[in-house]
Design a protein around this ligand. Sequence first.
Ligand SMILES: Cc1ncc(C[n+]2csc(CCO)c2C)c(N)n1
Length: 228
Amino acid sequence: MSFTENLRHENDDLFQKIFNHSFVKGIGNGDVPSEAVKHYIKADFEYLNSFIKVYALAIVKSSRRSDFQFFNEQISFILNDETHPHHNFCQYANVDYKSLQHHPLPPTADHYIKHMLFHAQNGTLAEIYSALLPCPWTYYEIALNLIEHFNINEEHPFYEWISFYDRDDLKDLILNLRKRLDSLASLANENEKINIREAFRKSCELELKFWDMAYTCENWSGSSEVSL
Ligand SMILES: Cc1ncc(C[n+]2csc(CCO)c2C)c(N)n1
C-alpha cells in the first residue's frame, strides 16, 4: 500500500461520516435548509481566500519549477473555477453572491484555515501537501458517492455542484498531489511522517466539522459578526 493509500485507509471512518452528514445527504436529496447553504458560502468564500494564501506559502517552500507550476495552477483554479459551485448554491438559496462575501470566519472555518496556515508556515512541503489533500479528495468522493446513491440528473437543484466535483481534472489533481506526497514521504524520517499523518487526519476531521458548522449555522457566542 502506498503512503497515501494508507492515509485514505486510516481515515476512512471520517470519510464515511462526511458521506453520511445531513448537509451532504441533503445535497443528494436536493433539500438543504437555505440558511445552512448561505452559512456555508459565507464561510467557504473566506476559506478559499485563505487557501490561496496556503498555496502561496507552499510556493515559498518549494524549489522545483513543477511545484511552482502546480501551486500556480491551483491558485487560478480557485480564483476562476471554484466560484461555479458557489453560484449553484446561491441560485438554490435565492441569494446574491456578493452579499455573502467578506464575512468573518465562524469558529470551525477559522480553526481549519489556521490549521492549514500553521503547516504552511511551520511545516515541511510534505506536511503542506498532506494538510491540503483532504480538501479535493473528500469533495471528489462526495460527488462520486452522491452519484452512486441518488438520482442525479440535469433537473436536480445541485446538478452543477455535483458535476463540478465529479470531474476528471479533480481526479487528476488528487493523483498529482498523492504522487508528490508519496515521493516526499518516502524521504521523510519517522517524526516527520507522524506530522504528515496528523496534518492529514486533522484536515479530514475539519472537513467533517465544516459541514456541521454550516448545517448548524455555527457562530461565535458573543456576536454573529465579530470583527476579527
Ligand atoms: C471546506 C472546503 N473544502 C473543500 C472544498 C473544495 N475545494 C476547495 S479548493 C479545491 C481545489 C484545491 O486545489 C477544492 C476541490 C471547498 N470548497 N471547501
